[in-house]
Design a protein around this ligand. Structure first.
Ligand SMILES: Cc1cc2nc3c(=O)[nH]c(=O)nc-3n(C[C@H](O)[C@H](O)[C@H](O)COP(=O)(O)OP(=O)(O)OC[C@H]3O[C@@H](n4cnc5c(N)ncnc54)[C@H](O)[C@@H]3O)c2cc1C
Length: 368
């Protein structure tokens, strides 16, 4: 069995930021910490995003700590740009990322030594602490609707979206109120026979700038839910939809017109509560994601409300475990800060005698 101080699960923005800070704080790559990632290549979830999501179209990607992302071609897929950048980052800072390694379960070692056992597709690790940085991409959320199994067309989720070509000539219903839904809709409308945009709540378009004040307010909203032990909403979901020139045009062209949620799917399309129907060949669910944390289930970290309560990044129910890129830190800037906070907290927790845990808690709560 492999033995380390800290196992970091996930090598996206949050995991790499954590690894960078652990390294700076003196944890030895390999013996002091490892990063385990199930994906085949560097890039975190970015490597799986659709090719038409070019780097110029992502909104507000923050560089990882210690190395800028310079001279990126805005017309290149973000999957490639960020994949290359993360690969270079891992090399530059000599970060011990092992892939593909799927973490299947984390449990208490149960031998009174305070350790954790990390069960993976590449064997077992024993760790004194764990930083979970697994994002959300591996847990797409598909709402359940009446008639879903009767629909004879195709149903896809954002995770399967590979660009508009597959929708040429089709009648497509796009479900979801986030940026991904809008981007899919605008692309698909160029080639489809017809598109219908459906959201549960009326979308909030932002025409004002989205600055630091608004960013902090959005984070605070997510944080409040997590503090109450509820499952987090994504930060992006509380920021509203920034209105772009392309969106303005799509509105004028009648593409970006929102319809309320349908009552059910039928074999040939969707039906609304007032009885009107829209025929469809494909329903594209751009309905978001949930935290990919099933492997933490044996630790019983969840509150009765279904969420995991954290103090900063540290889990209330188990101080050996930190969640980064979770809830309020689920943005590239949040992930950077959370990684730093978790690393500092763990250094204190693992290198100092017990009373230092109180100091660690203070640092961990200041990740913002
Ligand atoms: C379409 C889309 C566009 C976005 N655009 C932006 C943007 O422009 N700006 C912004 O700030 N944020 C954006 N976000 C949010 C953003 O992606 C994140 O905040 C940030 O990149 C997530 O980093 P992360 O490290 O938390 O997760 P991820 O990048 O998802 O990395 C998680 C890693 O963990 C691995 N993993 C998962 N489960 C396991 C397991 N059990 N065992 C081992 N490894 C595992 C995954 O393979 C992955 O490599 C976007 C999100 C989406 C869905």
């Amino acid at each position: 069995m492999n033995s380390v101080d800290v196992v970091v699960v996930g090598a996206g923005q949050a995991g790499l930021s954590t690894a960078y800070h652990l390294r700076r704080l003196g944890f030895e790559p390999g013996s002091g910490f490892v990063v385990l990632d199930r994906a085949p290549r560097p890039g975190g979830a970015w490597q799986f995003r659709w090719p038409t999501l070019t780097y110029g179209r992502v909104h507000g990607m923050h560089a990882l700590p210690g190395m800028e992302l310079t001279d990126a071609d805005p017309d290149r897929p973000s999957a490639e740009v960020i994949g290359d950048y993360f690969a270079e980052y891992e090399r530059a800072f000599d970060l011990p990322v092992l892939r593909p390694v799927h973490v299947r379960a984390v449990r208490d070692a149960g031998d009174g030594d305070g350790g954790l056992l990390v069960d993976t597709s590449a064997g077992e690790w024993r760790a004194r602490a764990l930083v979970n940085a697994t994002g959300t991409w591996d847990r797409p959320f598909w709402p359940r609707v009446r008639g879903q199994e009767l629909f004879r067309g195709r149903q896809l989720h954002t995770v399967q979206y590979q660009g508009p070509a597959a929708f040429a000539g089709e009648r497509v219903i796009v479900v979801g109120g986030g940026t991904s839904a809008v981007q899919h809709l605008l692309e698909i409308a160029e080639v489809a026979a017809a598109t219908t945009w459906v959201t549960r709540r009326p979308p909030v378009f932002r025409t004002d700038g989205f600055g630091e004040v608004e960013g902090r307010a959005a984070v605070a909203m997510v944080e409040e839910r997590v503090r109450r032990g509820l499952p987090p909403r994504s930060v992006v979901s509380v920021t509203g939809l920034p209105m772009t020139e392309a969106m303005r045009r799509a509105r004028e062209d009648g593409v970006l017109v929102r319809h309320p949620m349908f009552a059910a799917l039928t074999p040939d399309g969707a039906v609304w509560p007032d009885g009107h129907t829209v025929p469809a060949d494909t329903v594209l669910w751009a309905t978001g994601f949930r935290a990919a944390i099933d492997h933490l289930a044996p630790l019983r970290l969840r509150e009765p409300g279904g969420g995991i309560r954290v103090h900063g990044t540290r889990v209330d129910r188990d101080p050996r475990v930190h969640l980064v890129g979770y809830g309020p830190s689920a943005s590239t800037i949040g992930a950077n800060r959370a990684g730093r906070a978790a690393a500092h907290d763990l250094r204190i927790l693992l290198t100092a005698p017990r009373p230092a845990a109180a100091e660690a808690a203070v640092i961990s709560s200041t990740w913002r």
